[in-house]
Design a protein around this ligand. Structure first.
Ligand code: SAH
Length: 252
């Protein structure tokens, strides 16, 4: 079959994969993706052919998958979290226009906003937005505009790619922009590192504390949550109320 599944694996090991993702991997005759994600699923499918590529060669990986499918294969291209959220589904579909004989199926996965949100409690219980702080493919001016807009709309905010070796200090800059845009320094926030993986750790804090975190506490394997004005810490868990009228929340 001339087919590429682009599969979101969820945040960590096998227990986070959907049944749909498992079925796609089972059906494929070759699995391809970034070495680290392949290593997570390889043991589930012993003997299945695998093709690993380094992190930076995303387009090459897509091209390889499409060429292999064109030659008569069924390929599963794996990515972490969801396949479409800062993932490979977009570039794959763009390139797939050049491969009319190849079918592409997007298989969703549990994105870090959801798996990390569950670790902290329910920070995304009302309207929220997701912003990536990576300026590799987006200009910082656009990122800054989106941060200000999110503050103006009082959305709960989930930040992906909050920091990396090359992008130290980005989270602090983002927090300062949000504070300057009127968010309270006391806003309830949190972060989760290595969701679903060895070394998972998490914390809740205020926006002022988030802005003052030492470099390295939050890294590229961390997802950050910044509350709306209504977000609270309840029994140690981060909760953004759904906005029930007062009478209803009295019964909680
Ligand atoms: N497609 C992925 C996102 C890729 S962008 C998804 O849907 O989750 C990479 C960013 O996602 C990281 O910098 C981090 O902010 C977040 N992320 C992905 N997996 C994570 C995990 N297991 N633990 C913490 N953050 C994670």
């Amino acid at each position: 079959m001339n087919k590429v599944f682009v599969v979101g694996l969820g945040p960590g090991g096998a227990e986070f994969m959907t049944a749909q993702a498992r079925a796609a991997l089972q059906q494929a005759d070759v699995l391809c993706g970034y070495t680290v994600y392949l290593a997570l699923v390889q043991p589930l499918y012993p003997g299945k052919a695998c093709y690993a590529t380094p992190m930076t060669q995303e387009l090459d990986r897509c091209r390889w998958a499409l060429e292999r499918a064109k030659a008569g294969g069924t390929v599963a291209l794996v990515c972490s979290g969801d396949a479409g959220v800062y993932g490979m589904a977009g570039p794959l579909l763009q390139l797939a226009a050049l491969y009319p004989t190849v079918a592409v199926e997007v298989v969703p996965g549990v994105t870090a906003a959801l798996s990390g949100g569950a670790v902290l409690g329910a920070p995304l219980g009302h309207d929220f937005c997701v912003i990536s702080l990576s300026d590799l493919l987006t200009s910082w001016a656009v990122i800054e505009k989106r941060l200000r807009s999110a503050a103006a709309g009082d959305f709960a905010i989930c930040l992906y790619n909050p920091s990396s070796h090359k992008r130290q200090g980005y989270l602090r800059r983002a927090c300062e922009i949000l504070l300057a845009a009127g968010k309270s320094p006391a806003t309830c926030c949190g972060w989760v590192k290595n969701i679903g993986r060895d070394g998972q750790s998490e914390a809740t804090c205020t926006l002022a504390e988030l802005a003052a975190l030492e470099n390295g506490v939050v890294d590229m394997f961390t997802t950050v949550f910044i509350g709306s004005a209504t977000t609270q810490v309840v029994g140690g868990r981060l909760v953004t109320p759904r906005g029930y009228k007062k009478e209803a929340s009295c019964t909680l």
